[in-house]
Design a protein around this ligand. Sequence first.
Ligand code: NAP
Ligand code: MG
Length: 505
Amino acid sequence: MTDTLIPDKAASTAALERLDLRTQLFIDGRFRDAEGGARFATENPATGRQIAEVARGGAADVNAAVAAARRAADDGRWSRMSPGDRKRILVRWADSIEANARELGIIETIDAGKPITDTVGLDMPEAATCIRWHAEATDKLYGQVAPSPEGTIATITREPVGVVAGVIPWNYPAQMAAWKLGPALATGNTMVIKPASTTSLSLLRIAELGAEAGIPDGVLNVVTGPGDVVGEALGRHPDIDCLAFTGSTEVGRNFLTWSAQSNLKRVLLELGGKSPQVVFGDVTDFEDLAANVALAIFWNMGENCSAGSRLVVHRSVKERVVEAVRAELANWPVGDPLEPATRIGALINRGHMERVLRYVDIGRREGARVVVGGERILEETGGYFVPPTIFDNVRNDMTIAREEIFGPVLSVIEFDTEAEAVALANDTPYGLAASLYTNDLNTAHRVARDIKAGVVGVNAYAEGDMTTPFGGYKLSGFGGHDKSVHAHDQYTETKTVWIQLKPAG
Ligand code: NAP
Ligand code: MG
């Protein structure tokens, strides 16, 4: 049974009154307080008001969670369970996330400021889809037999790395967690996972649903708490075999240092981006183009690692494209994230809103022109709302074109030739995603080939689906990919067993 029908505001408000939020650490199959009982507040970014206090995990809690995950890894309760049984449990869990999508989506909306239409309609079903997709692969992963000489047999198999830690961002809290949980658990690992402090609530409930679905104690542990305490303790922990991080490049690079200084744990990093949307002069369907361009930059308030924050557009169509995107904004109402019509909710917190507005000021000072937006709105709600903002006359060396703003701010940059377009697209330290728009098949293939990014969408803002890998070039990533069977490689070790056959007699 699924529950992805978007509730109206009255239904959400009524549901909220009944909600019994999970706010403790989840270790070894049960909820418990942090050692010493410390807690921290989490707020609703659309009202600025506190919703709950969450356990503030510390080093001792990380140790307890890692010890539980280690015991579960070593005794094989999960890794040696028959793959078919592991699959059944994970599929049951995915079904349960989907069946509880409304409750989980409401939790996500009040904790993250994301529109209810996205959390209930997309984040939770997608998280479930991800876990189910990997679950279904569990009993379909074959090993190999090598072409070794006569008298020998050599098998090449994949084994779980052991204990995997996940450190997760706040922009798609459930989905980003699922991108780690799905492949790591399906391949037989145990986990300790840390959600972002601003958005801890949905993952705690999702973990509880996992236990109810039959995930054995100790296999999935959640430690909430500050990044510089819990995140760093995980990064430095000698008994974690692999650490998968999604977040900013700035924080992410520390994990490589901590790995080098501790046990050389495998480190997988999905990081930031400054993705180009390249529009060639031969485009014709401006309405469809504008819908895609707006989705690329304004979806999730622009708090999206693969946001298309640079619109690199041919001079001959620039005015029409900018005008079409501006007109498209009529379809992007900003406001109360619990209202189903809302497409743009609140930014994650005051500090982040101020950071986004600072970038807008810098853009103005450096000579770019605000076409629309650029000021905080709905301040009377107490929430952190910034409307879609478009800057024209941007040069690619301006700060707003170089740094990841992580907000609803689009920079429009002109070009004349294809070579110039490709150079502009690649002139960034990042390389996560890109999109390009043209009616010419040759241009599409050439430019898709030449752009240095992990995912290139042609004539659409697209990141593929569960069947395709997701990860970035350059400062956008390190060590592996989320999604698809490629994600399995990063959570498994390769083992060779070489068997010498004795002659008969
Ligand atoms: P962030 O500040 O880097 O935080 C990510 C996670 O790291 C959070 O759990 C955070 O915990 C933790 N953390 C923070 N400081 C830490 C430290 N000193 N040591 C260890 N862990 C620490 O990123 P964010 O603001 O949540 O997310 C936005 C960023 O994520 C953007 O750059 C975006 O592009 C990127 N992102 C990338 C992808 C991708 O797949 N490539 C997907 C989504 C987002 P606290 O919450 O407690 O600070
Ligand atoms: Mg919150």
